[in-house]
Design a protein. Sequence first.
Length: 599
Amino acid sequence: MKRILPLLLLLSVVSVSAQSTYPQITNIPGRNTVCLDGNWKYIVDLYKTGNQDYRANPLPEGQSFFADRSFYADQRRLVEYDFGAAKEIAVPGDWNTQRPELYYYEGTVWYRTMFYHMSKPGKRYFLYFGAANYETVAGLNGHRVGRHEGGFTPFNFEVTDWLLEGDNSLVVNVDNTRRMDGVPTVNSDWWNYGGITRSVYLVETPSTFIRDYFLQLRKGSQDVIEGWAQLDGPALRQRVTVSIPELGISTTVTSDDSGLARFSIPSKPVLWCPDNPKLYDVKVYSETDSVSDHIGFRTIETRGDRLLLNGQEVFCKGISIHEEMIGGAGGRAFSEAHARALLSEAKAMNCNFVRLAHYPHSENMVRMAEEMGIMVWSEIPVYWTIAFDNPETYANAERQLVDNIARDHNRANVIIWSVANETPLGDSRLEFLSKLIAKARELDPTRLVSAAMEKIEYEGRMMTVSDPLLDIADLISFNQYVGWYDGTPEKCDEVTWTFSVKKPVIVTEFGGGAVYGRHGEKDMRFTEENQEYLYQKNIDMLSRMPGLAGASPWILKDFRSPKRMLDGIQDDYNRKGLLSEKGERKKAFYVMQSWYGTK
Ligand code: GCB
């Protein structure tokens, strides 16, 4: 087995700033994979000491460490970083809730795992990370294999040439330092959980494989399945088949010179909807590869201020969710069981819709919601005061949008791509968000695109949303806190809403804080009674709103946020949950449950 000591120096997060050059491989559950999850060694590196030699002598991406003897200069430092003596931490998992001393930690952590592998002839291999927050550099057996920025989207690095027969050493550097130019930026109202927060896989593919495919009903049609498959590898011209046995479909086309195969298949599938979340077994195969999936078909569109699912008016009975575990130590949720726990509470509230705020949640969450018949608002972390003037920040945001859409574009339950939340008005912001909206539409013409905007008030208690984005987005979707940040709950009775455009309205946030078990008069802040009253008043107000097509109040569960320091009340939690962090239902939960029960 090769020495693993010097690997840290190789994997510096400085210098080369290019994103991973490998486009995303989609549908990992339908591929041939080895899961690398487990207990990995870790070293906390507050001062980024492991990066320093590399900073002086950067190696080009992919170049062998062992070719450059100058890196052996300081053996002592290398020994200090020997993983042999290091402790272990679970992957996936945030580091903050696994180690008390890392609760507030923001910085660099080195991870190392060993795995056994024997390559098969003619196969290609990729390391796939579901997500790691925020910046990741990975190295395999002494070779830097790639860097990725963004804490909530998947990424993969090809490692075919760097795998050894037998034991392999994978070193991963994760840095969750907040950055002004990052997406999100330094200021956000949620915990900056660091680490490898979603599963890691070694994916095996044939030398030419089906990297991605997109199959949905043609926009506006319920009887044509349309889409494409993209091959990756040397044999780009092949016969590619889509097979859906239950629909009697087996359609073959030939891919073009770039490996793209386009499909247009007449068919009348049973449509996916919350009451009948029908999924079909789908197989996409070429002469060299084959991938299986479960795909549902539905349409989503707007007509005036009406929202139509499969041509029928639908009301989005929603709740906003942060991807945080219910109970235990809390922390970043990632597994199917975590997803089921969160979504079951949404179901119990009679929801048919969730706003997965404020960043792409795990694939488990989206797939579980799809199976349970829950529609999804999917969002990227363009949140508050992003560096809208910075072209690199734009490139980063666009990359996250592209990766989010690539991962989930076959999920029937995803009906809305959201490009932002509560961003302050301005020219550069409008240009930034308009470009993101155009990009989303270019990649996926079948879904709606919007953003969570903000309400404004003008004379005489008239409320509206005044945002040039309204002309571009498909929805009037906005956050409002009448009765909490804005007056007392009674104010809801006094206001009137009006909108300058005729589009469906989704109130993407409303609510207020309450501590579970804290009781008092309905005008006493942070009591369950106050929150319950606030919800009753808001529901009355929403019911009078023209074009109301849905709501996703803030929020399912109390969630950690460093901005919430009030002693004895908040204790690092935003208390606007309808559940406590342990999952106990507050009174307002039942207000939503009964309102949605009548809808
Ligand atoms: C908002 C934000 C959300 C916050 C929430 C609050 O408008 O979109 O991220 O957590 O308000 O609790 O203030």
